[in-house]
Write a protein that binds this ligand. Structure first.
Ligand SMILES: Cc1cc2nc3c(=O)[nH]c(=O)nc-3n(C[C@H](O)[C@H](O)[C@H](O)COP(=O)(O)OP(=O)(O)OC[C@H]3O[C@@H](n4cnc5c(N)ncnc54)[C@H](O)[C@@H]3O)c2cc1C
Length: 363
């Protein structure tokens, strides 16, 4: 049986970031069931580098987002990954939202993000003509990234260090042994067995299914999985925005906001909609809701120019509570050499390099 020191399930941005890091000191194999890396959540998101404003200061999300942001900007400079630090305008629509805005500013400070600045009405009018806001903050460290190029840079780092990425290969099951794991894989229809010392489950939306197939892991260490779809509409043609535009966050997401891609194309979303099975299909009835939400802060929106774009799915752990990232090693579940990552929703892309650092420390 072939042996590799570390097997990583999942070549999304999280699996690849961990692989790029661990491959500097050990042999690493990353597998993905799809034909290419990053075909699920890592290519279906907003590509925003988040500043780290909203999350509870004691959470992994807050710590790993703020740390990950710094690591990510440095990585992009080093590996020439396209990135733009556009900054974000976070605004209250009416006076009734001023308390929420103040609470976010205070939370950001507790998270170590101390660069938010208030914007006057004149500044908002100059920076985002037509935006209907009664108070606003500017976050200068928020940016956008080309996530495909970022993942490609991680694959290069992995391969430079002698590690491998193998696609069309599904993790089927793992047996915990005295010295590590025996792993059963399905390589394009053919069964394949492998042994490893360390197994990292970075399966994103499938992480819980994978965990259930790891013999020796107690069920209580596998949280429930809830799929929450968020869809986007792109805005065709000219628009007045050169920063990211965010209303106040909602319970499961950041509210229907406006982001820009690297080419300057404006898009709105994602909304939040819990679904029962993995389905990236767009909801044709969503447009009316998008128009209403966007016109509440940008009355000049031309609905004709709003076109359905794509959807991503958040790996939520609960339908009614906020959640943190769950990254658990043997200290939690007593299975030596196993790390499970659950609920890696936003800001997972921003936090990815810090998550890799955290996983290495757990090992
Ligand atoms: C709508 C939306 C918007 C977002 N916007 C942002 C944002 O702007 N900024 C930000 O920082 N974060 C954002 N995020 C979060 C970010 O996209 C995710 O945290 C990140 O992409 C998760 O990466 P991942 O590697 O965990 O998951 P994935 O990208 O889903 O990768 C998991 C991989 O594992 C593979 N896999 C699973 N099981 C198996 C198996 N048994 N065998 C083989 N392969 C397997 C899958 O095929 C998949 O490729 C957003 C998320 C969503 C849903």
């Amino acid at each position: 049986m072939d042996h590799v020191e570390t097997v990583i399930i999942g070549a999304g941005v999280i699996g690849l970031a961990i692989a790029a890091r661990l491959s500097q000191t050990r042999s690493v194999l990353v597998i993905d069931q799809m034909g290419q890396f990053g075909e699920h959540t890592s290519s279906r998101n907003s590509e925003v580098i988040h500043a780290g404003l909203y999350y509870d200061e004691h959470s992994l999300k807050a710590r790993l987002c703020v740390r990950g942001k710094a690591l990510l900007y440095a990585h992009c400079a080093r590996f020439h990954v396209p990135v733009k630090q556009l900054g974000k305008i976070l605004f209250a629509r009416t006076a009734s939202e001023h308390d929420k805005l103040a609470a976010i500013e205070a939370q950001a400070k507790r998270n170590g993000v101390c660069d938010l600045t208030p914007l006057s009405q004149t500044q908002v009018g100059d920076m985002a003509p037509g935006l209907s806001a009664s108070a606003a903050l500017f976050s200068p460290s928020t940016g956008i990234i080309d996530s495909h190029q970022f993942m490609l840079s991680l694959v290069h780092q992995l391969e430079q260090a002698g590690g491998n990425l193998v696609c069309h290969t599904r993790f089927d099951s793992a047996e915990h042994t005295a010295s590590g794991f025996h792993i059963a894989l399905d390589c394009d229809g053919e069964a394949f067995a492998l042994s490893c010392d360390t197994l990292i489950n970075a399966g994103g939306l499938f992480a819980q299914d994978n965990a259930k197939r790891i013999n020796g892991l107690g069920e209580r260490h596998i949280p429930q999985s809830h799929l929450c779809r968020g869809q986007y509409f792109s805005y065709q043609g000219h628009h007045p925005f050169s920063n990211l535009i965010y209303p106040m966050p909602e319970q499961h997401g950041l509210g229907i906001h406006a982001t820009l891609d690297m080419a300057g194309q404006l898009r709105f979303g994602p909304d939040t909609h819990f679904i029962d099975r993995l389905d990236y299909q767009l909801d044709p009835d969503a447009k009316a809701r998008f128009v209403e939400a966007i016109q509440s802060y940008w009355p000049a929106l031309d609905p004709e120019r709003l076109k359905p774009d794509y959807a991503g799915i958040r790996p939520k752990l609960s339908r009614d509570k906020g959640q943190d990232f769950v990254i658990e090693g043997h200290q939690h579940h007593q299975v030596n050499g196993l790390i499970n990552l659950f609920g890696i929703e936003s800001p997972g892309l921003t936090a990815s390099l810090a998550i890799a650092e955290y996983v290495e420390a757990q090992l």
